[in-house]
Design a protein around this ligand. Structure first.
Ligand code: G1P
Length: 296
């Protein structure tokens, strides 16, 4: 009998610019409503049960782990004031998951950062969440990806990996099949317009088989002179014997690139409107802004 596929338990968040703000503050630390962007990413990992999060950080990214660490001084002040509401908020991010950081000494691209997680991840399937991509918390993308990996992995011990892709720029390529899950046959990192075979793109969420580490270690620098996970996936897509075929979960929800100023503003307004606390008071404002102030 084939062993059931291991549950996806671990998440890797490779460090990723939003100048001039990021000269001093990593873009993952910019607040969206009242939480740093990175906290949404960790919460997204935790939702389908990935409670072991490794951040691969670099120079200037030391603050990334702070929201997930205890702040005894702040807790003591809030306790002294009897401010339990704020105390709960401060503690919520600490108790989310086990968050660890590893420094990427020699930044040579995303693939190198993922490789930096190899010894922590070991021989388990794992998720990669790019911190610059914010998925609307109402869209359970990662949950569907891990469910697909766990279900299909039962019949195929060689594993599967899933990627999500709305029709955007970014990594594109050929796909086979339609509706829900498609097979990626020829992923290309940042294809030129004429090369965007499928009209689909890959966004920053991956569930990967650990076989990817060996492939990444042999992958030569590609686009921008960096080691690209897309190139590793391309190798794997050509040879399903290495970790199984490359599958994609088609995503139809909302994804925002927080490194893009317009997108950053959009996601802030979207999430503020949706929030139970600030939402009701805030929601009329964008309507007035468009209908009255901007129309004038
Ligand atoms: C990275 C990846 C690319 C992926 C994109 C998704 O690119 O290299 O394959 O499609 O994230 O956000 P970046 O946008 O960081 O240049």
């Amino acid at each position: 009998m084939t062993a059931p596929p291991p549950r996806v338990r671990k998440a890797v968040v490779p460090g990723t610019c939003f100048l001039p703000a990021t000269k001093a503050t990593p873009k993952e630390m910019l607040p969206i409503v009242d939480k740093p962007a990175i906290q949404y990413v960790v919460e997204e990992a935790v939702a389908p049960g990935l409670d072991d999060v490794l951040m691969v950080t670099g120079r200037g990214k030391r603050t990334l782990e702070d929201p997930f660490d205890r702040n005894a001084e702040l807790e003591a002040v809030l306790t002294g004031k009897g401010d339990t509401a704020r105390l709960d908020l401060v503690r919520a991010s600490t108790d989310l998951a086990t968050v660890r950081c590893v420094r990427q000494g020699d930044p040579r691209g995303l693939g190198r950062a993922v490789l930096g997680a190899a010894s922590h991840v070991g021989a388990e399937p794992f998720a990669v969440l790019l911190g610059g991509d914010l998925i609307d918390p109402a869209d359970p993308l990662l949950s569907s990806m891990t469910a697909v990996r766990e279900e299909l992995g039962g019949n195929r011990p060689d594993g599967r990996r899933c990627r999500a892709h709305p029709p955007l720029r970014l990594c594109g390529g050929r796909v086979r099949g339609r509706d829900g899950i498609v097979r990626v046959t020829d992923p290309v990192e940042k294809p030129e317009l004429g090369e965007a075979f499928s009209g689909r793109a890959v966004i920053g969420r991956y569930v990967l088989d650990p076989a990817v580490f060996e492939v990444l270690a042999k992958t030569r620098p590609g686009r921008a002179g960096e080691i690209q996970p897309t190139d590793a996936l391309s190798t794997m897509a050509r040879d399903p014997g290495i970790g199984g075929p490359v599958q994609a979960v088609v995503f139809t929800g909302h994804r925002h690139d927080t490194g893009d100023r317009g997108e950053y503003l959009r996601v802030t307004v979207r999430l503020a409107c949706r929030r139970g606390d600030v939402g009701p008071g805030f929601r009329p404002w964008p309507q007035t802004l468009v209908a009255r102030d901007l129309a004038a």
